[in-house]
Ligand binder design. Structure first.
Ligand SMILES: *Cc1c(COP(=O)(O)O)cnc(C)c1O
Length: 406
């Protein structure tokens, strides 16, 4: 196994397979063992004394600073994120968001939050962060002029997400990040949808890229974790704050995340292909008014996605043509191959009725892009997994019949 420098030049599959597999951590086996450890033992008092002077990655100190299982996962994620100096792990995606915000923000600061951000990010702004004297302001990420004028002297952080949660709008992340930098603010991207293989956030000008590893990296719906990666200065600040907050992840979960990571590229490729097939099918159905799938030509945001992204995933939404909320729910209940659930990124397909009306302040969804009133826009989010897409399409077809029955 070569050094990381060689891996960074390799193609995606090769990088995903090799990342983080340092000989000093794996020993004679393929994967780093699960190091369950609170206490690290020192050879003698001189070694104990020496450790107090060092706080670096890859050094034993105490359980909260992790052990080779967690270090290997951090190292792998850093290798996969061009421009990253390091990666901090958090016990969930939401914990990654709060960990990053509690690093970057101080009382009196203003935080700009993309109006289509993940709902818990919104409520973190209006709840936790507001309680600590930070002022959240929401902006429409598709309206550059409004975004620019939302800045003030106290604006310290901008939280971006692309595509937007539930409604899947694709904003111009490089432009928004560049504007934030010009204004002296730090840009943070929730990159859970695309991950580093689909969108190289730091390379595109974002300052901090975070992800819910719960989703694609875990990949099997059996763990919760988050990460944040950044260049040298911000990485050091994030790491220090995480240590102050006592943020840890278990070595068992880190080992599971590493296992999930090794198939990330093949799963995402397959899910993207299958999602496109399902999205294309839906776009041709008379029951469907709009498919909100950035990978699908003609879908909102497709051109920006094509310009900036190198991959997609199985998650997208669609809007019924008319009907009622109960007909939409009948459709979801009639699906046999799709589970009903919030999280996604696992190998199995999911469906979720969505209604973003209460989750938007500034975005056009309440009016409806297609001119229909919000009361008549009944939508579903699908997470396409690794089942055969033709079986999924047949399942959707029979559920559409149930939608029509009401
Ligand atoms: C799921 C998700 C999160 C939160 O991740 P958890 O691990 O569930 O806390 C954050 N951002 C986005 C976009 C997500 O989809």
């Amino acid at each position: 196994m070569s050094a990381n420098a060689d891996l960074e030049k390799a193609r995606t599959g090769t990088r995903v397979v090799g990342a983080g597999r340092r000989k000093e951590w794996t020993g004679a086996v393929v994967n780093p063992p699960v190091w369950r450890a609170s206490t690290h033992l020192y050879e003698n008092t001189a070694a104990l004394g020496a450790t107090a002077r060092h706080n670096e990655d890859g050094r034993f100190h105490y359980g909260r600073r992790g052990a080779p299982t967690q270090w290997a996962l951090c190292d792998a994620l850093t290798t996969l994120e061009p421009g990253a100096a390091g990666t901090v792990l958090y016990p969930s995606g939401v914990a990654a968001i709060s960990g990053v915000m509690l690093t970057l923000l101080r009382p009196g600061d203003v935080m700009l939050i993309s109006d289509n951000a993940y709902d818990p990010s919104r409520s973190m702004g209006t709840g936790l962060l507001a309680d600590f004297g930070i002022e959240p302001r929401f902006f429409d990420p598709l309206d550059i002029a409004a975004y620019e004028s939302a800045f003030c002297e106290r604006t310290r952080v901008v939280l971006l997400e692309a595509p937007g949660s539930l409604t899947m709008e694709v904003c111009d992340v490089p432009r928004l990040a560049a504007i934030a930098r010009d204004k002296g603010a730090t840009s943070v991207l929730d990159n859970t949808w695309a991950g580093p293989l689909g969108f190289a956030g730091l390379e595109k000008g974002v300052d901090v890229v975070l992800m819910a590893l719960t989703k694609h990296v875990g990949g099997h719906s059996d763990l919760m974790m988050g990460s944040a990666s950044a260049g040298p200065e911000l990485y050091a600040a994030l790491r220090k704050r995480a240590q102050q907050l006592g943020t840890v992840v278990s070595p068992d979960d880190a080992a599971l995340a590493l296992r999930g990571l090794r198939t990330l590229h093949v799963r995402l490729q397959q899910e993207t292909q299958s999602a496109l097939k399902v999205a294309r099918f839906l776009s041709q159905r008379e029951e469907v008014a709009q498919v909100l799938c950035p990978m699908l030509p003609g879908s909102p945001g497709h051109e920006t996605w094509k310009r900036d992204f190198t991959g997609g995933c199985g998650l997208f939404s669609f809007v019924f043509r008319g009907g009622t909320a109960s007909a939409r729910n009948r459709f979801v209940d009639a699906l046999r191959l799709f589970g009903i659930g919030f999280s996604w990124g696992g190998y199995e397909s999911l469906a979720l009725p969505i209604d973003p009306r209460s989750l938007r302040e500034r975005m056009p969804w309440p009016q409806g892009w297609d001119g229909t009133s919000a009361d008549d826009r009944h939508a579903v989010r699908l997470a396409i997994g690794l089942e055969d897409p033709d079986d999924l399409i047949a399942d959707i077809e029979q559920a559409l019949a149930a939608w029509k029955e009401g």
